[in-house]
Every structure is written in structure tokens, then in C-alpha cells.
Design a protein around this ligand. Structure first.
Ligand SMILES: [Zn+2]
Length: 268
């Protein structure tokens, strides 16, 4: 907990027993890490809650699921017709099935486009504290779309939502973040996220789910350390780029330093 003297003009007030450090001091002492960072919004102790998915988010999720089902149906039909056309001996059949394949391909493309634009309404709600992955300099190699969709699907099956659309991009830019995890069910990511950020945010969601992260400063810091270690341990499995590995290593170092500082100051 710290007093937000930077953003909301709070002052240290000894008479009220307010002995929390000032946010400006916290910033100076490196509260904002190279990798993830703490929210710059004021932290209100005890208010951090794990909120369930809202009705709007639920509806959005269902809409996306329907679009995904349509897309894969059209893709299958396109493939099927392409195959039949290929093995048809009759020229008329070849033409008919090729045409059908084209129609389905077009439909699949339209569904894909609709999917990419879904969530345009940008349901963004900041709930308490989130786990931030700070945006990086330079180009990030995006995770292949297929892999991302698979991970997103399995996250959604457990009731989670990964929001990634133009509005989310804008929001993340204002937070200088590549990704934010608010709780066990809510992740915001850039539209073409790198592997490290996707896996890191999924790890954070898991930490919230298992109670490892209760939203307190210390558990968030420990969660960051734990997440960086996991990323490094599984860097081959996660196919992290050398750049991502280096960034993760430096983040781990900085979080460990911060934890050390925390204990040096007597755990406050
Ligand atoms: Zn993190």
C-alpha cells in the first residue's frame, strides 16, 4: 500500500497515522518493473475482488463461440468440396465443386473477419489491481494465430475471457502494457501478442485461480517471480525467442531485488 501523491495528490499525514510510503518514492525505488508492472491506479486495500464474468462479457463470449463454430464449419466444407473437385473425373463436376468450395471459403473468410472485429464495443472494466506485462521496445514475434485460438478456447471453457481487439490495444497503450490479468478469468492482450505475454498472463490467471495471488502487494510480487521462473523453465516448450528469454531474465532479477528491498525495509 502506498499513498498516491503522483496521480491523485495524496500527502503523507503523520497525524492520521498514515505512514505508508509515497507513490513517488515507490516509483523511484523501482516498483515499476521492466516486464510486468503494478497498476498505476491507487490501490485500495481490501477492495480487490475476484469478480465473475459480467452478462455483457458472457454474451460476447457466446457470440464469439458461434462465430468460431461457423468459421470451422465453412472451412471444413470448403476443404471437402475442394477434395471432391480434385478427384472428379467429370469436368462439370469439377466446376460445380470448385465453385462450392469458393463460396465456403468466402464465408469462412467473412466469419474470420467478424471474429477479428468482435468485441469492438470494448468492454473494459478495471477491477482492483491487475498483473501488468509492460510493453516492449522493438518488434515482438507474435504467437501463431492457431496456437493462440487453441489456448483462448481452453481458457474460455473454464469460464475465462481473453479480450483482444482494437479498443483493448488502445487501452493497453495508455497503460504501457502488453497484457494485463485482472483475476482468474479476465485477461487483456494486444491483438497480436507474443508467446511470452500470452503464457505469462495465463500463468497469472492460474495464480489467481489457485489462490496463490490474493491481490496483496506481496503475493503479487511473489506471483511475478513465480511466473518469470515458469517462463524460463519452460522456455523451450513455450518456444520463447532469445529476446523474450533475456527480457524475462531481467524481469526476474528486478522482481527478486524488489522482494529483497521489501524484506530489508521490514516487510512493509
Ligand atoms: Zn507478470
Amino acid at each position: 500500500m502506498f499513498i498516491d501523491d503522483v496521480y491523485s495528490g495524496g500527502k503523507r499525514d503523520a497525524s492520521s497515522g498514515n505512514t505508508y510510503p509515497l507513490l513517488s518514492e515507490a516509483i523511484k525505488s523501482g516498483l515499476f518493473h521492466p516486464n510486468c508492472k503494478d497498476s498505476t491506479s491507487t490501490y485500495y486495500e481490501g477492495i480487490t475482488t475476484l469478480q465473475p464474468v459480467t452478462e455483457e462479457e458472457q454474451a460476447e463470449m457466446e457470440r464469439r463461440e458461434q462465430l468460431e463454430a461457423k468459421e470451422s464449419y465453412y472451412k471444413n466444407e470448403a476443404k471437402k468440396n475442394r477434395r471432391i473437385a480434385k478427384y472428379s473425373l467429370d469436368a462439370d463436376d469439377k466446376r460445380t465443386y470448385s465453385h462450392r468450395a469458393e463460396v465456403f471459403e468466402q464465408k469462412a473468410q467473412n466469419a474470420e473477419k467478424a471474429l477479428a472485429n468482435s468485441g469492438e464495443s470494448g468492454i473494459i472494466k478495471v477491477r482492483g489491481e491487475g498483473m501488468y506485462r509492460k510493453s516492449k521496445q522493438g518488434k515482438i514475434e507474435p504467437m501463431p494465430k492457431k496456437q493462440f485460438h487453441r489456448l483462448e478456447k481452453s481458457f474460455r471453457r473454464r469460464g475465462g475471457i481473453i479480450q483482444h481487439n482494437p479498443a483493448t490495444d488502445d487501452y493497453l497503450s495508455t497503460k504501457h502494457a502488453e497484457g494485463i490479468t485482472y483475476d482468474s478469468k479476465t485477461i487483456l492482450l494486444k491483438q497480436n501478442p507474443g508467446r511470452a505475454s500470452v503464457f505469462e498472463e495465463l500463468i497469472h490467471a492460474h495464480q489467481y485461480r489457485t489462490g496463490k495471488n490474493d491481490g496483496s502487494y506481496l503475493s503479487r510480487l511473489n506471483s511475478e517471480i513465480d511466473a518469470q521462473r515458469k517462463l524460463l523453465r519452460h522456455s523451450t516448450l513455450f518456444q520463447l525467442t532469445q529476446q523474450e528469454i533475456e527480457q524475462t531474465k531481467s524481469a526476474l532479477k528486478s522482481y527478486k531485488n524488489e522482494l529483497e528491498e521489501y524484506y530489508k525495509k521490514g516487510g512493509k
